[in-house]
Ligand binder design. Sequence first.
Ligand code: NAI
Ligand SMILES: O=C(O)C1=N[C@H](C(=O)O)C[C@H](O)C1
Length: 270
Amino acid sequence: MNKAWRVGVHGAGGRMGRAVIQALHQHPQLSLSVATDAPGSSLIGTDSGELAGVGRNAVLLTDQLDQAAAQCDVVIDFSRPQGTLLLVEALAASDVALVTGTTGLAAAEQAKLLELAQSRPVVQAANFSVGVNVCVKLTEMAARIMHGMADIEIIEAHHKHKVDAPSGTALRLGQAVCDALDQNLDDVAVKSRDGNIGPRPDGTIGFSTVRGGDIVGEHTVLFAAEGERVEITHKASSRMNFATGAVRAAAWLREQPAGLYDMTHVLGLE
Ligand SMILES: NC(=O)C1=CN([C@@H]2O[C@H](COP(=O)(O)OP(=O)(O)OC[C@H]3O[C@@H](n4cnc5c(N)ncnc54)[C@H](O)[C@@H]3O)[C@@H](O)[C@H]2O)C=CC1
Ligand SMILES: O=C(O)C1=N[C@H](C(=O)O)C[C@H](O)C1
């Protein structure tokens, strides 16, 4: 890589946006060119480097998404589904690449992202940490071997500010089970239980959600069989794992043709 790649950060005022700006600050080739956030945010006009704790960088937070399309080679997005949708629309006429970690997208928003990926490379991952993506592969293997002998449950825990449930990572781990077993996740997922629900139906995948305090992110895939159980667990204790993973994906994208990629592609786990 011989020229600095200009990177935009969308959702720059949030927990992940600030962590990504920190990760970019340490990167030898990628540099922050634009920092965007929601219209009406009290942080618009703030110096993004100061906000992220890396010192003034003269990149002020803006709600003008046309700047992302004009002044970036790639945008890293950790915002909200509506923010991702507006970004996708703003980038459509450009050839700017996209890395997005926003979770909780509805089917229509997901379809727009897929459309964008027909004209430039896009990495979308519910979790950019290396460890979680290793867990995705371990889950596929365990599902292939233990299906039929074990009940599969996915338990996740996050901080009290998180707005979507189950987490994107929990759903990705459920998808890993379904990929291994050639199933449709919507057909087998059980996302809530309450009252006199009867015995557990065979072949379902249960999801349990914990929310509290400052938990960064914890996921367990439980394979509960007769007389034994396997638990595949990941615990994040810092958001920098996600941020450095997203920056790694942005650098990787530079060499890729148009298409929709996952963090397992970036890590060569496919
Ligand atoms: N894929 C991964 O590895 C990870 C994904 N996430 C996901 O990233 C997203 C953000 O998480 P946090 O940073 O913790 O949330 P946060 O609430 O701290 O930050 C979200 C930011 O997005 C901004 N925003 C909201 N609506 C917007 C809009 N319409 N346009 C532009 N900006 C908008 C907010 O003002 C805020 O600055 C969530 O969906 C979360 O689940 C979080 C951590 C890791
Ligand atoms: O909102 C968060 O914080 C996180 N969200 C992602 C998810 O929904 O899986 C990833 C990580 O666990 C943190």
